[in-house]
Write a protein that binds this ligand. Structure first.
Ligand code: GUN
Length: 288
């Protein structure tokens, strides 16, 4: 038996349509649409693609979007000043600074400077703290996209054993909070975890977020488990660069009950949830 595919592209399209309807409703009520500013420093090709896709998605949802490109040698002071300007702009409800930033810049400092109400990435310590406290907040896009995929696939989270591989601020940590809030029993693994394959094999829901190409093998997966592949790596195959995830897809799909394709799984969901966050941020700021 092969796994059921969780079609991130299709679920993301549904979410974006729901957001577009919400944008229209907001416009009818207030005369305003959500505004998203995406800041890109430097010319990393992958980041350029992500940022372009985020802007396009915002436009398609009926939002206002603004892309701010800055050279790789921008100073911390100049980048801080740009964040200050966007913080003060009443037409901008969401601010996202694409990561990674060049090494001479302090990403934490930039991030902490974004007004928490405009922090559509959910990385500001205020939002991180609210999430841990179980209070309303803007939540990181990738893990909230994973939650929507799990929920809309009809998977039972209550009482499920969830194993997350990776403990980043962007995915692993918030993923653990969201799954815990949904009543799963959560284990977070990382590079020092002993017997990683054995821990992964306990999972009813396995979320891989390491960035290590195809590290999750067939014998790491409990038969019937839901496997969510967050990683994005590029490997050379037959002279071409191919996107792969953290999961060795062709063999894991033979044992898993559900699996996300990569590409076409978590990636599109991240962008859809960014749209949802931008709408939520705008509604909050406009008092709707
Ligand atoms: N780089 C990779 N993922 C993300 C993300 O979710 N937000 C931002 N700002 N940068 C990223």
């Amino acid at each position: 038996m092969t796994a059921q595919i969780i079609d991130g592209k299709a679920i993301a399209k549904d979410v974006r349509e729901e957001v577009a309807a919400g944008v229209e409703e907001l416009r009818a009520k207030t005369g305003k649409v959500p505004g998203l500013a995406v800041v890109l420093v430097g010319e990393d090709p992958a980041s350029q693609t992500y940022v372009r896709n985020k802007g396009r998605a915002a436009d398609k949802c009926g939002m206002f979007s603004r892309q701010e490109n800055r050279p790789a040698d921008i100073s911390q002071e100049e980048l801080d000043a740009l964040v200050d300007e966007l913080n003060a702009d009443p037409d901008i409800h969401g601010i996202l600074v694409q990561l990674p930033l060049p090494k001479h810049l302090n990403a934490t400092e930039v991030n902490d400077r974004i007004r928490p109400e405009k922090d559509v990435d959910g990385f500001h310590p205020i939002n991180v703290g609210l999430l841990v406290s179980g209070r309303p907040c803007l939540k990181p896009c990738t893990p909230s996209g994973v939650m929507v995929m799990l929920e809309r696939s009809g998977l039972t989270l209550k009482g499920a054993e969830a194993v997350i591989v990776g403990r980043s601020l962007i995915v692993g940590k918030p993923m653990a909070q969201l799954l815990t809030a949904a009543h799963a029993t959560v284990t977070v693994c990382h590079s020092r975890t002993q017997d990683l394959p054995g821990v992964c094999r306990r999972a009813d829901i396995l979320v891989a977020a390491t960035g290590q190409a195809e590290m999750i093998k067939k014998d790491w997966v409990k038969p019937g488990a839901a496997v969510i592949d967050v990683g994005i790596s590029f490997v050379e195959r037959d002279g071409k660069f191919k996107q792969v995830g953290d999961v060795l897809y062709d063999e894991v799909k033979e044992v898993a009950g559900w699996i996300t394709p990569n590409p076409g799984g978590v990636g599109p969901m991240t962008i859809a949830m960014l749209m949802a966050n931008t709408l939520e941020a705008a509604k909050n700021q406009l008092g709707v």
